[in-house]
Design a protein around this ligand. Structure first.
Ligand code: NAD
Length: 489
């Protein structure tokens, strides 16, 4: 039975090359955020017994997969990339339905990125290699880089294919086998990805499980035969995952939340910078991005002028059905998240001193039963407020004025998060000085877009631990070193 044979609404999980139900026979209904009344699929509700099965399959597949010549793993990844490329439109449409991410602005770019990242890491297959140390004529001293073993990858719902792209190809090319846990709110693209990969990979190399975090997620984290947990999600859950994985001395990496500063200098109130700040705001992803530039620090001299331009530009964004090519902003993932965003929005409206710069609710025209939220820009906020300190993960942007570089750097760093940051200035000295002083894992200067394939990516402070996306990240994140010392003669 394949997932497709099982019908469009009833998926199995991929374990050891087979599509299976949960051991306990339970399932979860998946709805689309476009319409809360529409169940689009059921997926298995996996628990500890399913973790055992999936980890055992990955363990059994490990010796053969890790023992292959690297060129064979490279070929496999390239074949998968070709299949994924053929399926880009299908994956984009499924992403729009499953996550609410708008097809043109987000869902299709995610699917395309997935293809490119598979190709990128395929090209790095031969880089999983060691070094020699010339200590003495009768010595051969060298290192070997070995895969870690079984990697459990735990994914969030906001951009499933993009986050999968940040984990799966790197782990596989280094010789690991995997159990991938999809988010309960958006599992469908990950199941389809598993299905495509299974056309190429030997059984058990990539297993995909579905279910709740507290059940199958936790079961993988504490499983004694999981060698690494690669987690992307919220800081609160990630802290627990790190404690549990670390407690049993497993490897782990954490890609967590953010509250990233976006700093505009007085020389940069241009239309071009407004476009880039709009990208940084991630409005077109409903701001459901960990790297959202959600604290907008505007120099006092251009504060009002910049906000006028940003408001006018934001007003041109269309909120609507994510499957529609004309839509810029899709739907929030679920009711809980919608209520959370709405709570911050209402709090902003009620705060004394807040000025509503833009509120798209007046013109919101969206499908009746979906979780749509208009973008909102608030000024007059203080950096100490909840609105400026907590990750809203929704399209509510707060603007804060500044006057000196020291002051804005201090405000930018007054956060327990440290994921991304954006600096805009024509004065490259000032921009780089500021970039170097900000405690974030990723700072962009004069641009607001997304990650470049191969760049270092990861958080400082409470935004995470470890790097996986780059060559160095793949080596550090998915391999370990063995030193061999040989006496010759
Ligand atoms: P979440 O932490 O609620 O869930 C993430 C995943 O962890 C899900 O698959 C969930 O089922 C699982 N999970 C939940 N409890 C678990 C447990 N006890 N043990 C093991 N697994 C468990 O996060 P979310 O709401 O799905 O995603 C939004 C969050 O993810 C935001 O905070 C966002 O900033 C963050 N995020 C970070 C990055 C990054 O690269 N830094 C990227 C995307 C999202």
């Amino acid at each position: 039975m394949t997932a497709v044979d099982a019908g469009p609404r009833t998926w199995g999980m991929l374990i050891d090359g087979q599509w299976v139900d949960a051991a306990a026979g339970e399932s979860i209904e998946v709805i689309t955020p476009i319409d809360r009344t529409q169940v689009i699929a059921t997926v298995p509700r996996a628990r500890a017994a399913d973790a055992d099965r999936a980890v055992a399959a990955a363990r059994a597949a490990f010796p053969a997969w890790s023992g292959m010549p690297f060129a064979a793993r490279q070929r496999a990844l390239l074949q998968i990339a070709d299949l994924l490329e053929d399926a880009v439109e299908e994956l984009a449409a499924l992403t729009a339905l499953d996550t609410g991410n708008a097809i043109r602005t987000q869902a299709r770019p995610e699917a395309t990125l997935l293809v490119d990242v598979f190709r990128y890491f395929a090209g790095l297959a031969g880089e999983v290699k060691g070094v020699t140390l010339p200590t003495a004529p009768d010595q051969l001293q060298y290192t070997r880089r070995q895969p870690l073993g079984v990697v459990a990858a735990i994914l969030p719902w906001n951009s499933p294919l993009m986050i999968a792209a940040f984990k799966i190809p790197a782990a596989l090319v280094a010789g690991n086998t995997m159990v991938v846990k999809a988010a309960e709110d958006a599992p469908l693209t990950i199941l389809r990805l598993g299905e495509i990969c299974s056309q190429v990979l030997p059984a058990g190399v990539l297993n995909v499980v579905t279910g709740y975090g507290a059940e199958i997620g936790e079961a993988l984290v504490v499983h004694p035969d999981v060698d690494k947990v690669s987690f992307t999600g919220s800081t609160a859950v990630g802290a627990g995952v790190g404690a549990k994985a670390g407690g049993r001395l497993a490897h782990f990496s954490l890609e967590l939340g953010g509250k990233s500063p976006c700093i505009v200098f007085p020389d940069s109130a241009t239309d071009e910078v407004v476009e880039q700040v709009l990208l940084a705001s991630r409005f077109a992803r409903q701001s459901q991005s960990c790297t959202t530039g959600s604290r907008l620090f505007l120099h006092a001299d251009i504060h009002d002028e910049f906000l006028d331009k940003l408001a006018a530009r934001t007003a041109r964004l269309k909120v609507g059905d994510p499957r529609d090519e004309a839509t810029d902003i899709g739907a929030i993932i679920n009711d809980k998240q919608w209520q959370r965003v709405e709570g911050y929005y209402q709090e902003g409206l009620a705060r004394e001193g807040v000025r509503v710069v833009y509120d798209g609710h007046q013109t919101l025209d969206v499908p009746e039963h979906g979780f749509f939220h208009a973008p909102v820009i608030l000024a007059g906020a203080d950096n100490s407020w909840r609105l400026a300190q907590e990750e809203i993960f929704g399209p509510v942007l707060v603007a804060i004025p500044w006057t000196t570089e020291d002051e804005v750097v201090a405000m930018a760093n007054a956060s327990h998060y440290g994921l991304a940051a954006f600096v805009f200035s024509k004065d490259i000295g000032a921009a780089l000085r500021t970039a170097h002083r900000i405690d974030s894992g990723w700072v962009q200067v004069n641009q607001g877009g997304g990650q470049q394939i191969g760049q270092s990516y990861g958080g400082m402070k409470s935004s995470g631990l470890g790097r996986e996306l780059s060559l160095e990240g793949m080596l550090e994140g998915f391999t370990q070193i063995k030193q061999i010392n040989v006496r010759l003669g």
